[in-house]
Design a protein around this ligand. Structure first.
Ligand code: ZN
Ligand code: ZN
Ligand code: ZN
Length: 389
């Protein structure tokens, strides 16, 4: 019997400690699945420095976590079903969970060098900051975790994933050691989606053979360019080729299927993922040029899944003054609202926008744009929200 009971609902808020889960992992005996676990061989000092810096930048304290939940209550749509829940600190919703680890565009929020109104408040108040878009999937019954995109916020996102994993029932939650990563799935070679891999190399984690799923051009890019090539040579990562439309089986009850989308493919092709659990399926599509440039119907895709995290980079045209937005095409949220108005309510409810540029007004507390999305029957993804798969 694979499933274990999920009886313990005690837990802690995600990411509140500075202790390092993986340094413990490095001291224990590695056997069987542990072989795939990321362990530290060196670089602990650098790691602690990195952690501290990132914690100062990003990690909410209990108080800011509570304020995040309060802000969310005012800025986002309600969680439409019991299997999609607000950032939570209690035990697993279901044995298989998906966690939203970040919601911002590649650059995060606030963005480097930005002192405009969009970012000023977030610089002053760390609880308003948001990590780069990424999802984590946890199978509490088998003790496995996967990451979707490896962002510049990888250190704190891995920590979030570990903390969420610890809320599982066995052994005692607080003593549950994080399992490391069973796999990393990469959408494409823009910096927000793979640059976090710098942390698995010799200067930081010295990870051991993390299965890293990549499309053919993405694979070639990693093999052919430093410093990524060193991760392959030292076997910090082991590349696992993917093919568009071909299902990757993660375990008995979880699959991932990549699908190609049009995007500015300078270094690699771009994919989205459909993740299927035992009872629900979720699509993650953080980057696409325009819905109309795709040879597939986004509406059909929405129909086929239970939830869709979709590209919400910009709210509307003109959002970046002085820059030709045609050179960085994305479906504006306003365009998506118009387009999806033709869908019935059940379909629109599945849409949760993600991957917000720092200029996107939905990142601002109490924004009218977020209300507009809500009125249109859709929602914005919230960092830390949990989906029972
Ligand atoms: Zn992106
Ligand atoms: Zn800004
Ligand atoms: Zn991109």
């Amino acid at each position: 019997m694979e499933d274990r009971s999920l009886r313990n609902t005690q837990g802690k808020p995600p990411i509140i400690e500075l202790t390092n889960a993986y340094s413990r992992g490095a001291n224990r005996n590695s056997k069987s699945r542990d072989d795939l676990r990321a362990t530290h061989s060196n670089g602990v000092c650098e790691e602690l420095k990195t952690s501290e810096r990132l914690m100062m930048r990003h990690v909410p304290t209990i108080r800011s976590w509570i304020s995040l939940v309060v802000i969310v209550a005012f800025t986002s749509d309600a969680w439409s079903a019991t299997w999609v829940q607000a950032p939570r600190t209690s035990g697993p919703l279901l044995p298989v969970e998906l966690v939203v680890l970040g919601i911002a565009q590649d650059a995060g929020f606030p963005q480097a060098g930005c002192d405009k109104n969009c970012c000023r408040q977030a610089w002053a108040d760390p609880s308003l900051r948001r990590r780069v878009a990424s999802l984590g999937v946890i199978d509490h019954a088998t003790g496995q975790c996967w990451l979707f995109d490896c962002t510049p916020d990888f250190p704190s996102q891995l920590r979030m994933l570990d903390e969420r994993y610890r809320l599982g029932s066995e052994p005692i939650p607080s003593q549950r050691e994080p399992p490391g990563l069973e796999g990393i799935f990469l959408t494409h070679a823009h910096i927000g989606h793979y640059a976090g891999l710098i942390h698995v190399g010799r200067e930081v984690m010295g990870a051991d053979k993390i299965p890293t799923y990549a499309m053919p051009r993405m694979e070639k890019f990693l093999i052919g360019n430093g410093p990524w090539s060193q991760l392959v040579e030292l076997e910090n990562i082991v590349l696992k080729p993917m093919q568009a439309g071909t299902e990757v089986r993660l375990n008995r009850r979880l699959t991932v299927t990549p699908f190609l989308v049009p995007h500015r493919d300078e270094f690699s092709e771009t994919v989205g993922f459909t993740i299927k659990g035992p009872s629900k399926s979720v699509t993650f599509l953080p980057d696409i040029d325009k819905w109309s440039r795709w040879d597939r119907s986004i509406e059909k895709l929405i129909e086929q899944v239970d939830l869709a995290y979709l590209d919400g980079t910009f709210f509307e045209n003109g959002e970046i003054p002085g820059r030709d937005m045609a050179l960085i095409p994305h479906p504006f949220v306003a365009e998506s609202i118009n387009r999806f108005a033709a869908l019935d309510e059940t379909q629109r409810k599945k849409v949760r926008f993600i991957h917000f540029n720092h200029t996107n007004p939905v990142l601002q507390v109490g924004s009218k744009s977020a209300q507009e999305i809500k009125r249109a029957g859709m929602a914005i993804a919230v960092e830390g929200e949990v989906v029972g798969l």
